[in-house]
Write a protein that binds this ligand. Structure first.
Ligand SMILES: Cc1cc2nc3c(=O)[nH]c(=O)nc-3n(C[C@H](O)[C@H](O)[C@H](O)COP(=O)(O)OP(=O)(O)OC[C@H]3O[C@@H](n4cnc5c(N)ncnc54)[C@H](O)[C@@H]3O)c2cc1C
Length: 362
């Protein structure tokens, strides 16, 4: 198996696909490799809220990518829909935050980033059952329907001539003169020119395997999240609701997601009856209408966890033709577009779209 693409990307989650799109737009040939099928892991399992939970409690480096991405999302979604006829369903339905103890922090974050907000009055809580603390309504916060975003991205990239090699696990590399020249996979060898690792939760483990002697290994490990899906009709819930650590997300067709657990369980993607019970209890207590709505799905995904949730977006300091774009933890869908733009700016020697310093490998 021989490839001659200028750019090779390992990992076909949101981060790999968005990164590929940046290079396609810049006129480069791209090959994408995944150990399973494209878009089946964390990026599929996520909720698609285009805001971190309580962003004012997160490091500034996260807000920077979130704000930059959100400038692009509506156009990204429209462009993909027009090109592929698959709608990523960018939907600015708004987000209601029921408990907002750090009111001052929240409003100054919103002011700083020009995010409209208002106090949420009692009319927001007619159908909800919760104890509120300074509830906050963010009317412009959007979501993307991540499984459709992934499908649309893949269709766009295939149409642009990108090569997908699926069910192909990268297990080793050959290095010559500080450059990786060959990937060894379970399907054979792949020659490469520039390599970008976008392997989400597997990035820490994979980096150690590929570069066992490197002094620079990204500290990324899996954090499981479980989620439920209810078969609600359109307009059952008109906006996203965040209550303490849990949230409800209504899709455009009415279906409602309830999430999510946060579990440090290595590479175990199984669902558990305990998490299901907890999520079900939370969802039906918060929004009692759900008691009469069929629960139709329950799944788990592995978030690429980093200590502070800040991703690594950098050229490798030891291997000249290697870069990494991974470790987006709970916010890969919202940080993805800016993160993809930043890694392509660095590789193509363009002016970086944001200051690259906080995302460096060392
Ligand atoms: C329950 C849950 C809820 C979430 N909610 C949100 C949210 O509301 N908003 C938000 O922004 N984010 C959310 N996230 C986080 C978000 O989903 C992740 O940050 C994001 O999907 C990470 O994307 P990725 O492309 O890096 O990883 P992934 O989507 O996991 O993709 C990595 C890919 O690499 C491939 N791979 C790994 N190793 C190899 C190898 N050796 N060879 C070849 N291929 C390999 C895998 O098969 C996989 O396809 C949520 C996540 C979960 C689990």
């Amino acid at each position: 198996m021989s490839q001659n693409s200028e750019i090779t990307i390992i990992g076909c989650g949101a981060i790999g696909l968005l990164t590929a799109r940046e290079f396609v737009k810049a006129g480069y040939s791209v090959t994408l490799i995944d150990k399973s099928l494209s878009g089946q892991e964390s990026s599929w399992a996520g909720g698609g809220i285009l805001l971190p939970l309580y962003p004012w409690r997160q490091p500034k480096a996260i807000s920077t990518l979130v704000i930059e991405s959100n400038k692009k999302y509506a156009d990204l979604s429209n462009d993909l829909f027009n090109a592929t006829n698959i709608d990523p369903e960018w939907y600015n339905c708004g987000l209601l935050i029921c408990k907002n103890p750090d009111k001052q922090l929240a409003t100054s974050w919103c002011n700083q980033h020009s995010i409209p907000y208002q106090e949420a009055g009692s009319s927001f809580f007619t159908d909800l059952n919760t104890q509120t603390i300074n509830p906050l309504w963010l009317p412009t916060i959007a979501q993307a329907r991540n499984p459709r975003l992934l499908k649309s991205l893949k269709a766009y990239l295939l149409d642009a001539g990108v090569t997908f090699i699926e069910n192909c696990e990268v297990i080793d590399v050959s290095i010559n003169n500080e450059n990786i020249n060959t990937l060894h996979t379970n399907k054979g060898e792949i020659k490469i020119k520039q390599l970008i690792i976008c392997t989400g939760a597997w990035t820490g483990e994979l980096s150690k395997k590929l570069l066992p002697h490197s002094l620079c290994s990204p500290d990324i490990s899996p954090v499981k999240g479980q989620m439920l899906l209810f078969d609600a009709q359109a307009d059952t819930l008109s906006h996203m609701v965040l209550d303490a650590d849990y949230y409800l997300i209504p899709r455009r067709d009415g279906k409602i997601l309830a999430g999510s657990s946060v579990e440090y369980t290595e590479f175990d993607k199984s669902t558990s009856p305990e998490a299901k019970e907890k999520l079900l209890h939370m969802a039906t207590e918060l929004f009692p209408t759900l008691k009469d709505i069929p629960l139709i799905n329950h799944w788990a995904g592995l978030r690429p966890g980093t200590k502070q949730g800040i991703p690594y977006i950098d050229k490798h300091p030891e291997i000249k033709n290697l870069s990494i774009n991974a470790g987006h933890f709970r916010n890969g869908l919202v940080m993805g577009p800016a993160s993809a733009r930043l890694i392509s700016d660095l590789i193509l020697d363009r002016q970086p779209c944001v200051d690259p310093e906080p995302y460096k490998l060392i």
